[in-house]
Write a new protein. Sequence first.
Length: 298
Amino acid sequence: MKKKEIVITGGLGFVGRNFVELLDVKLRDHTLIIFDKSKKNLNKLNLNYKKNKIIIIIANTLNINKKLKKYKNIIALFHFGEFSRIVKSFEYTNECFTSNTLGTFKVLNFCKEKKIKIIYSASSSKFGNKGKDEHLSPYSWTKSKNIELIKNYSEWFGLKYEIVYFYNVYGSGQSYYGKLAAVIGIFEGQYLKNQPLTVVRPGNQSRDFTHISDIVRGTFLAWKKNLNKEYLLGTGTSYTILKIAQLFNTKIKMVPQRFGERLASNKINKDAHRLLGYKPKIKIEDYIKNFIKKNGKK
Ligand SMILES: NC(=O)c1ccc[n+]([C@@H]2O[C@H](COP(=O)([O-])OP(=O)(O)OC[C@H]3O[C@@H](n4cnc5c(N)ncnc54)[C@H](O)[C@@H]3O)[C@@H](O)[C@H]2O)c1
């Protein structure tokens, strides 16, 4: 019998790789189709179990139809393959719209036509300021509009979906430097280089930080439901950026505020817990303590 196929767009990115590694542990006899426009992180993918067939397709979601034409047994598509950073979306606006709007439109049509369930990686960045923060950046806006489109596609064409909201994901495989580095990765990179941690003013902007292992577990649980629902995978606890920097117990340097910076994004509902039995296991404080222990400073 032909193996069931699962597509993971952005499967070589930070979340995507961790998710593929989880599928590799949890599933057997499936074909995992990793679909990513860049192969630069291929060597970071760690597959130890090999109970599934792995296919890697390096291509843009704009061409998803053509690239996946021969796969007739796809049962789910996890969509992580988008431009993924708030502040950088002002600089890389074209890339952001190409992936998040044009690319995702192709992905949705592909899922609609092939009757494939989509699991979409949404951003909690839209929740701040009573929902007005969806307008704060090209990133937040495009991600937020995709959610509306997915729900409309469900109403109009019967598209099956689950939407998982991520909150400032950190942990194994995150970037320390470059345009895709986020705050915990940046702080770790600075700590390792013995540099002061740069806190963006005012410093009291607060975030809910969620460990990657919790995020991928929540996403897996959501896939198993057939509810067309949204699941908020945050921890429910927010920290200011300054407090996070202080937990590293090292020097801190305040840097000017940036355009698009939001103050808070702490909305949480209980559906992930109630419907999925999801409860985040890792606390950011414990993670930072462990990081410091491992990296030799007191
Ligand atoms: N990391 C977080 O804190 C966070 C928070 C909220 C939501 N999300 C969402 O989760 C998803 C994954 O985030 P991440 O942190 O792993 O980002 P990432 O940048 O590490 O990974 C994204 C991957 O998608 C690929 N990609 C981008 N555009 C593509 C396209 N058009 N076609 C094919 N591949 C494409 C990139 O090459 C990259 O490998 C994104 O949709 C992001 O918006 C992430």
